[in-house]
Design a binder for this molecule. Structure first.
Ligand code: NOJ
Length: 758
């Protein structure tokens, strides 16, 4: 008999070798040739990213003398400009006037759609629909590239468990498993299979890392976190983006273990490149290199050297690289090799985009007319918005509303174009958005609708000033609040049902928009109370860029539909849901606290050594004197116009070995009168392990459609990696022992079965 061992070891060697080869960065001959020709100044020039100031400047600095710098070979890319004409002009400067004719990268923040603005990312994550999210990213790429953009500063993958932080709006919420799935979908949508396709663009995962954990929810603040929490809870979505082949990454403003991300070698080189195998380039955030001076790490030369030595390739706006790196090389503080390496990574990205073959590949004056804001894109935006809404409460089944009802449509956001797009939509045009009143008329032409503003978003002129930086978001009416309220009450009296569209203005969330009080502003609270007094059925359509604290409103006899900031098709999508053309299916992806004192609060919290056994206060147990531990609304929560019943939870094996999967089956029945979709969620509890486990954590989900009365068996698979965690040596392991599997329609589900890992 032949001995199979030599063959096996040959195969093993081959794979080992193959793996080593795959890890080795492959050089691109054209790029290497170009590097040979470049002077040190020209290499440094490629590391410089500027904005001429056409878009939204997210810092106090805007680049100067951009044209001169491009011609001098001192610019690697631009952002904040758009449109084929402008892009052509800029590219011409590089191609026709600079010595080596190296094409520019054109970046942009296409966060939730380009001109066709989709719901804010936090809203979209509530759809739990990966196919949809990928499609939206594809549309965004088609539109943005039609306008000359080839590099997108998205996806934002910062886990956020503090709704005071305004940028919670830009991400996928609190959970690393869901966040990772969304990262994969978005990157696939943006980058497609071929970056040289003129309809795809480089994605940029941001903000590495832990930006969402800014202390006290205050933007740009410090972060302090242990590695075990970091690896298990905060890093997975960035890691998933790397595994999905993301072409670039952006560092964050915060420090990690005392070193700001943009100068953090452990983060950029040891973790991102060496441990995760990231092959793309890393850009700083807006002046985040310079900000290390304010962090207390030295002068501009010192922090720029720190950044490039840490592995940062491109300096956004700050020009510290441009102005100090040559001196640092001359003084022996940075090696030319380190600069060549950074430059190589940027040139490789340009090569992958096909820019060396054709620098004008993304510049096509014909494309905007067909590819941007077309009817198909708007239709998808409408569907996406409807799918992002979460029905928080349906008192007396007030929703959906009859299409011929007498409706009082009330509220400062009910007939308002300026607040539909949501934060970080600099490429969208608020004036093209559909306000709720218009959507109602489109969808229910036979309804009798009386509109009244009822209240200002806020009566506070100081707040209005801070929020109105990009245009009028909070407009304080010339009429008194009494007059506004009177008009609303008159409208209410004439109606069968009141629909009040209330909440936050767009710029009350987003960058530099943190709040310590995340309740509905007082002006609107008063309006809601007065409307309840009328005794008419009241539906609150609630807009916000974050979870709000709404214990008072939730306790009222009202229905609540959470619609985030829904994007360009806002009014139509809201009408589709309110009038029952679409049955809401969204589920929360960030926990809604009872009050800000409960923050941080999230579904995968740990057990304490002194857990409470009841909702009643217990002395010497881990609880509060004033509120229960539970949130107002848990992660994964969301209602439908129909009802679903779960039964027969089964696991295919009671015992498995390392490396084996389990199949979990559950029976789901639509027990109500409407067809509808349910997000079936699977949570895992690792009962005993070497480090304290979370009470339960999301490890699977499936969105399923069931006709009224229909029953389906839903299979969910737990893969070997789903049982793993980072232990306190930061090894990714699963440990033998008991596991409990919970399945249901929210994170509070109690339906469970167990299995053992041998
Ligand atoms: C600052 C933001 O933090 C980042 O997300 C964005 O991409 C840049 N500004 C560029 O606009």
């Amino acid at each position: 008999m032949n001995n199979p061992k030599p063959i096996l070891s040959f195969i093993a060697l081959f794979f080992c070798f193959g793996m080593i080869v795959a890890q080795e960065p492959k050089t691109i001959p054209q790029v290497e040739e170009l590097l040979q020709k470049m002077t040190l100044d020209e290499k440094i020039g490629q590391l410089n990213l500027l904005t001429p100031g056409g878009g939204i400047a997210t810092g106090s600095v805007v680049s100067k003398n951009v044209e001169t710098k491009i011609k001098a070979g001192q610019v690697g890319g631009l952002f904040g400009i758009s449109g084929p004409e402008k892009m052509k002009k800029a590219q011409d400067l590089a191609i026709k006037n600079s010595h080596l004719k190296i094409p520019l990268l054109f970046g942009s923040d296409v966060i939730h759609g380009y001109k066709t603005t989709f719901p804010i990312p936090l809203g979209l994550s509530c759809s739990w629909d990966m196919k949809l999210i990928e499609t939206l990213a594809r549309i965004a790429a088609t539109e943005a590239t039609a306008d000359g953009i080839n590099w997108n500063f998205s996806p934002m993958m910062d886990i956020a468990r503090d709704p005071r932080w305004g940028r919670i709006a830009e991400g996928a919420g609190e959970d690393p498993y869901l966040g990772s799935a969304i990262a994969r979908a978005m990157i696939k949508g943006y980058q497609g299979d071929n970056l040289a396709d003129p309809k795809t663009m480089l994605a940029c995962v941001k903000h590495l890392a832990l930006y969402g954990a800014s202390e006290a929810g205050r933007d740009y603040n410090s972060v302090d976190m242990g590695k075990v929490k970091m690896f298990n809870q905060y890093l997975p979505p960035y890691h998933a983006a790397v595994d999905a082949g993301v072409a670039s990454a952006m560092t964050s403003f915060n420090d990690i273990d005392g070193i700001p991300a943009s100068g953090n070698k452990w983060l950029i080189t040891d973790l991102l490149r060496e441990r995760w195998g990231f092959q793309g380039f890393v850009v700083s955030d807006y002046t985040s290199v310079n900000e290390m001076i304010a962090h207390g790490l030295g002068d501009l030369q010192a922090v720029s050297a720190l950044a490039v030595k840490a592995g940062l390739d491109m300096d956004m706006v700050g020009e510290g690289f441009l102005t100090t790196l040559k001196k640092s090389v001359q003084e022996g503080k940075v090696s030319e090799g380190e600069i060549t390496q950074a430059c190589r990574r940027i040139l490789e990205a340009k090569y992958k985009l096909g820019l060396f073959e054709d620098p004008y590949r993304y510049i096509n004056t014909k494309r905007p007319a067909t590819d941007i804001l077309n009817e198909t894109h708007r239709k998808t935006a409408r569907e996406a918005a409807a799918r992002s809404f979460v029905l928080l409460k349906n008192h007396n089944a007030a929703l959906p509303i009859q299409k011929n009802a007498k409706i009082a449509l009330i509220g400062p956001l009910a007939n308002n174009k300026n607040n539909m797009l949501g934060t970080w939509a600099p490429t969208g045009n608020p004036q093209l958005s559909v306000p709720v009143l218009e959507g109602f008329k489109n969808v229910a032409p036979n309804a009798i609708i009386t509109y009244a503003k009822g209240a200002n978003i806020s009566d506070n002129p100081e707040l209005a000033k801070k929020v109105n930086v990009f245009g009028p978001r909070i407009e304080i009416d010339e009429r008194s609040s009494e007059t506004l309220l009177k008009e609303a009450l008159e409208a209410a009296q004439k109606s069968d049902v009141i629909i009040a569209v209330v909440g936050e203005a767009t710029e009350m969330s987003g960058e530099a928009a943190s709040r310590t009080d995340i309740s509905i502003p007082d002006s609107q609270k008063k309006l809601i109370r007065a409307l309840v007094e009328t005794g008419k059925p009241l539906v609150l359509v609630l807009m916000s860029g974050r979870p709000l604290t709404i214990p008072e409103e939730f306790a009222l006899p009202v229905s609540i539909l959470q619609v985030w900031h829904p994007g360009v098709e806002a009014g139509n999508a809201i009408a589709d849901v309110v009038f029952g053309d679409y049955n809401p299916s969204g589920k929360l992806t960030a926990t809604w606290p009872r009050n800000v004192g409960q923050i941080p609060i999230y579904h995968s919290m740990k057990h304490t050594g002194r857990p409470t056994e009841s909702v009643e206060f217990q002395k010497f147990k881990s609880n509060y004197l004033d509120v229960p531990n539970s949130p107002l609304l848990p992660f994964g929560y969301g209602l439908s116009y129909t009802t679903f019943e779960y039964s027969d939870l089964e696991i295919d094996k009671k015992e498995i070995g390392q490396g084996e999967s389990v199949v979990v089956n559950v029976t789901l029945k639509n027990t109500g009168d409407f067809d509808g979709e349910e997000v079936v969620q699977l949570y895992l509890r690792d009962v005993v392990r070497s480090i304290t486990p979370p009470q339960k954590t999301l490890k699977g989900f499936k969105k399923v459609f069931l006709k009224s009365g229909e029953t389906k068996t839903i299979p969910l698979i737990l893969n070997p990696d789903d049982l793993k965690f980072y232990n306190n040596q930061l090894e990714f392991v699963s440990e033998p022992g008991e596991f409990e599997v919970f399945v249901g329609g929210s994170s509070t589900t109690e339906m469970k079965q167990g299995f053992t890992l041998k």
